[in-house]
Each structure stands twice: as structure tokens, then as C-alpha cells.
Design a protein around this ligand. Sequence first.
Ligand code: ZN
Length: 291
Amino acid sequence: MRIANVDGRLTIVPGAIASIVDGGTVDGVDVERASGGRFGSGPQEIFARWEEFESWARDVDLAAADVTVTAADLGPVAPHPAQVFAIGLNYAAHAAETNRAAPTSPPTFTKFPTCLAGPAASVNLPPGSVDWEVELVAVVGRLARNVARADAWAHVAGVAVGQDFSERELQMVGPAPQFSLAKSYPNFGPIGPALVTPDELTDRDDLAIGCAIDGESVQSSRTSMMLFDVPTLVAHLSSVLTLLPGDVIFTGTPSGVGMGRDPKRFLKPGEVVVSEIEGVGRLRNPTTAGG
Ligand code: ZN
């Protein structure tokens, strides 16, 4: 199943949503109307009733679609999470390109939730050096506290493509890096285009992941290269705190970011960043001047 945030309304969408940022439309089912009000319209609130919703939604017929969806209609699949986690240095080649040792425990920071955006959002570049980081995003579907690694996927509602846009000068300033603030400018966290339940994927632990700028591939890897995979991250985070339904986890980026290049490269106004994960879909985020 795939669900999307269509103008703030929870909508069940077909697989073709994966490439909707390239243009065109898909037809979806509005959950509140199709359920006769049993479920509300809120894309965030549904995670608190995820198991009940998922079993109802399994029988929904997309032939009964009542909403036409374009990329511009789409918001973030989890628009108001209580917590957003982001993991640094989770691919060995990315740790190496930033001259850091591979971590032995997942380095964790946050992207403040106001940075979340839809899959086609424009990014107004702030002063500094804005970099790209394509990432698999997992959304929590069941409260998780001290969850065993073997049970972790059962606590994930689904996955989406994410971009962890990062302004490197603020990120690195001072004696202790400012990861969270520098990654939270408006629209620095597009996620989507839809939330895909793990059963839709051929192998939820091994998906091609990549990023291109103006059509030039800059990142290309597989999620199986993560040092700490999704189950390990859910187990680790839930060993410290309580993961709540609807929480968002950015799982880290592979190598190929701009600051790891020689010479370094950062985004310029007018460039278009396309972020993609096999079976999940694609984001398309143009950049604009000022900020
Ligand atoms: Zn990141």
C-alpha cells in the first residue's frame, strides 16, 4: 500500500505515484470519505491507529478513486511528527569521504520538523554552502520501547525517499558541530512522494539509492550498505527513548555529497536535485536564490 498527503488529506495512491514528480497525475482514494468518517483526514494522525488502518486499507479498491493528484498537491507523508531522527555517517564510504572514522554506534541528531516538505518542494538556498544527502526515511507505525532487532520492522509503518539538505558552514561552525540547526532551514527535509509499506518492496533491506543534479548522477549506492540498518536503528533508538507512531527516521546518506568532493561542490540557484530509491519513488527539488 502507498499513502500520500494530498493537500493535507490522507489519500491511498497507486504505484504510479513513484514518478509523479516527473509530471502527470494519478488517481487516489480519499481515506476519510471512503471510510465514511471512520478514519479522519489527517496524514499524521493515522499513525496512532496504524494497524487498524492498514487492515482496513488493504481492501480499498483503487478503481473507486475520487481524487486526482499532481506533484504540487503533495505534502510530506508525515507532516507533524513528534520526533525526527537523523543518522550521520551510516555508510562507510560517506564516513571516509568526510575524513571521519566509521562509527561504532549510530551518531544521532534531529531535523526540526518545520523543515519537512513535499516531494516537489523548491529549496530557497540560504547563505553558505548547501549540500545534498539522499536518504531512506522510515516512519514509525507502532510505539517502540526496547524493541528487539528481530521485531523492529513490525514497528515501521513504511518508508519514503528523503533529502537531508545541509548547510555546511553553519553545520561545522564552533567547537561542537551544529548538525541539527544547519539541516533545518525551510524545505530542507522533503520526504515522499508517498509512504510505501515494506511488503511492497522486493527486498526492504537492499534498495538502490541515488541522487542526481541536473541529470548528473552524484550519489549511487544500495541501502544494504548501511552500517546500521533500519532494524538496528529502531532497536538502538528504542533502547534509549520511546519511538512514537508517526516519528520520522532519516537513516543516513551514501557517499557522493558535495563536501566530500575535490574540489568541493555545493548547490547553485536553478539546479534541480532528484533523489530516488528503488521501488519507493523519486523527489524532484529545484533550488532558488536568496533565503
Ligand atoms: Zn543526512
